[in-house]
Design a protein around this ligand. Structure first.
Ligand code: ZN
Length: 350
């Protein structure tokens, strides 16, 4: 099968190309509960750029044995192509979206429903992913797609959407109608987050972004206030919130100084949710004590949360803004993402 393979890290992201289009063996059923999915779409994620930079290497390869080469792509949807003898509830041809973490089902994290903290492979981060014609996964990972949703239109929900959903769900569970929530970064994840917040809570939604196109998209998604990231965004949020800051700030950027500004626009006793990543959070401990601000990490989401998100998508409450590329053009898609030319989400279609 055709696949885009990562052979080498590029910490400065300056190489002329990052993945290599190759003819490789297709995945095969190894365990009785394995499933082969024919890829309908594979989302292109900022995490893919961070993988290429080598940021994930110490986390995914703590023993330093080396993970490369592998096929990239952790946001996958498609159709069931082949099933192991013990797979129940799915048949060949069913449209599915794939939860990104291949979990065992028997560890404590799995049994508590925390799939993303389970032991197991993370295809596209530590093993072969979906920048390919076929992906090997487990029946535990599949969520059946309603007929209203085509795989290539929903693939990014499996990680980007799920991560945005989980963070926004946590915030929405705390937010009251007279309160405010700030979304920093209305790109691939943020534009989903705005719609999730609109669907799940009645707080005022303030969106900050550098790009006019992203702000326009956020406005269509239900944002109440749009703030251009021109250096005055902390003051802008303070003036929209009576000088106190927002009860919740969800940071989909996490680099280039947004963590400092995000915490500065969080109200005392408010919560700052970190989703995008790259820089260190530096805050004097005494400031956290005095303000009682919470800093909350977010990692993907559970299988059940993917089902919840698909329910929002099926009812048209959340819609992905996508741009399609052929699988052959993976480097172009990655480059466009790196250089800020994608509004919404890029999807590779084999
Ligand atoms: Zn992703």
């Amino acid at each position: 099968m055709k696949a885009q393979v990562l052979h080498e890290y590029d910490p400065s992201l300056t190489a002329p190309s990052w993945v290599n289009l190759e003819d490789v063996p297709a995945p095969v059923i190894e365990k009785s509960t394995d499933v082969i999915v024919r890829i309908g779409g594979a989302g292109v994620c900022r995490t893919d750029l961070h993988i290429i930079e080598g940021i994930w290497k110490p986390h995914m390869d703590p023993t330093g044995h080396g993970l490369l080469p592998f096929i990239m792509g952790h946001e996958n949807a498609g159709w069931v192509e082949e099933i192991g003898p013990e797979v129940e509830g799915f048949k060949v041809g069913d449209p599915v979206i794939v939860h990104p973490k291949v979990s065992s089902g028997t560890c404590l994290a799995c049994r508590r429903g925390h799939d993303m903290h389970a032991d197991g492979k993370f295809p596209g981060l530590d093993s072969n992913g979906g920048y390919a014609e076929y992906l090997g996964t487990s029946s535990r990972n599949l969520v059946a797609l309603p007929r209203t949703l085509a795989p290539k239109d929903v693939a990014p929900y499996s990680d980007a959407g799920l991560t945005a959903y989980r963070a926004c769900k946590k915030a929405a569970q705390q937010l009251l109608p007279d309160q405010s929530v700030v979304v920093i970064g209305a790109g691939g994840l943020g534009h989903i987050g705005v719609q999730v917040l609109r669907a799940m809570c009645a707080a005022r939604i303030i969106v900050i972004d550098l790009s006019d196109a992203a702000l326009e998209l956020a406005g269509k998604g239900g944002a109440d206030h749009l703030v251009k990231a021109d250096g005055g965004e902390v003051e802008a949020v303070l003036s929209l919130t009576g000088g106190k800051g927002a009860e919740a700030v969800i940071d989909f950027v996490g680099e280039k100084g947004t963590t400092h500004r995000g915490l500065a626009m969080t109200r005392p006793m408010g919560s700052y949710y970190i989703v995008g990543y790259g820089e260190d959070i530096r805050v004097p401990t005494v400031d956290l004590i005095i303000s009682e601000k919470n800093i909350i990490g977010n990692l993907v989401g559970t299988w059940a949360e993917l089902v919840e998100l698909m329910s929002l998508a099926d009812r048209g409450l959340v819609e992905l803004h996508t741009r399609y590329y052929s699988l052959d053009d993976a480097n172009k898609a990655l480059r466009d993402l790196h250089e800020g030319r994608i509004s919404g989400r890029a999807v590779l279609v084999p």
